[in-house]
Design a protein around this ligand. Structure first.
Ligand SMILES: Cc1ncc(COP(=O)(O)O)c(C=O)c1O
Length: 342
């Protein structure tokens, strides 16, 4: 079944802007940097999961689901957006969250989860989440409900359809703005976004290469994971896959110590983009990916006449739970004066 025939519901505001970062481009001396603003997708503060949930929730509704079951840590952007999507569609939501903290701080995404209303089941380890979701699905089914399980980050062949469609949207914007791009950068976590982008880029004849900056695990694992999702998505579309595994380019070197632990170059990227363009990245995904793109630019991979695109996948809500981690770039205080005598 082709893309337009796939079940989809509207959850976001599209198209998102394709923004030319003119000041940053000038500051770096080129290439021309464009930012695809998927931090502005509109659903509950936006982010990449909106596009994926448009297909996942539509699939759930087609299957007569009463409940969405999904997984993530307390600062999961995917969980926040799933709770919001459920509110728009009348579905119940059950969340399996991995944390050893019996009372995770109600901040950032987790604060928003509470506003939307969250029922969550705690497991200690991330690897225990799928089994717990399956158990909860069985319990719901035994009680006459219809559960629909969404894997972490919505990264499967249904969710990735959202990014196949996004590439169609981007194609029009590139044509409209007269841009011919050399590369497209994005973070690769669960790999669904990268899978959809890579497949969509191939299907719609993109000139640019797609580079997924790993933000957890290594490039070999990431490429394998995204490749599986590419095949699943192509199957769902009923097409022969136009890619091979070698076409999935994942880049190592920017994870740092671990997933969700900020890196110095990521923090620098947050400050750079905030001060050049007033656009906010966050340390877990977008800042590490942006740092990956900057490293390629700084090593001279592109001429000043070329154009590159960065997919801003959102996640900004997590900033509000990371004051300590952001401390190294909070250097404004020395300029604060208290003019008591005025
Ligand atoms: C803000 C943000 N960016 C990027 C990603 C990675 O997307 P994917 O899991 O599809 O690789 C996520 C995943 O949760 C995210 O929340």
């Amino acid at each position: 079944m082709g893309l337009t025939a796939q079940p989809r519901i509207r959850l976001g505001t599209f198209p998102t802007p394709l923004y030319f970062a003119e000041r940053l481009t000038a500051q770096l001396g080129g290439p021309r940097i464009y930012i695809k603003r998927d931090d502005l997708t509109g659903l509950a503060l936006g982010g990449n999961k909106t596009r994926m949930l448009e297909y996942l929730v539509a699939d759930a509704l087609e299957q007569g689901a009463t409940h969405l079951i999904t997984e993530g840590g307390p600062q999961s952007n995917h969980v926040r957006q799933t709770l919001a999507a459920a509110r728009l569609t009348g579905l119940e939501t059950v969340i399996v969250s991995n944390t050893t903290d019996p009372n995770p701080p109600v901040q950032g995404n987790f604060l928003l989860d509470h506003i939307f209303g969250i029922e969550y089941h705690r497991v200690s380890e991330e690897r225990d989440r799928p089994a717990r979701m399956a158990q909860l699905a069985d319990e719901l089914a035994a009680n006459g409900y219809v559960p629909y399980v969404i894997p972490g980050g919505g990264s499967n062949g249904v969710g990735a359809l959202g990014y196949v469609a996004a590439m169609l949207e981007l194609n029009y914007q590139l044509w409209d703005q007269g841009v011919s791009a050399s590369a497209f950068y994005l973070p690769n976590g669960g790999g669904g976004t990268h899978a959809g982008v890579a497949l969509g880029a191939a299907l719609y004849g993109a000139e640019y290469g797609v580079r997924g900056i790993m933000i957890e695990d290594n490039a070999a694992i990431g490429a394998e994971r995204s490749w599986k999702i590419v095949q699943e998505t192509a199957g769902r579309l009923g097409i022969a896959c136009p890619l091979t595994k070698n076409d999935i380019i994942c880049v190592d070197g920017f994870v740092g110590e671990a997933y969700a632990v900020p890196t110095p170059e990521g923090l620098d990227a947050i400050r750079l983009l905030a001060r050049a363009e007033a656009i906010l990245l966050e340390p877990v995904y977008s800042a590490k990916a942006f740092a990956g793109m900057l490293a390629d630019i700084q090593c001279g991979m592109y001429s000043s006449k070329e154009s590159v695109i960065f997919l801003h996948t959102g996640g900004t809500a997590a900033l509000f739970a990371m004051t300590e981690e952001l401390a190294p770039i909070l250097d404004g205080n020395e300029r604060t004066r208290h003019d008591a005598t005025l």
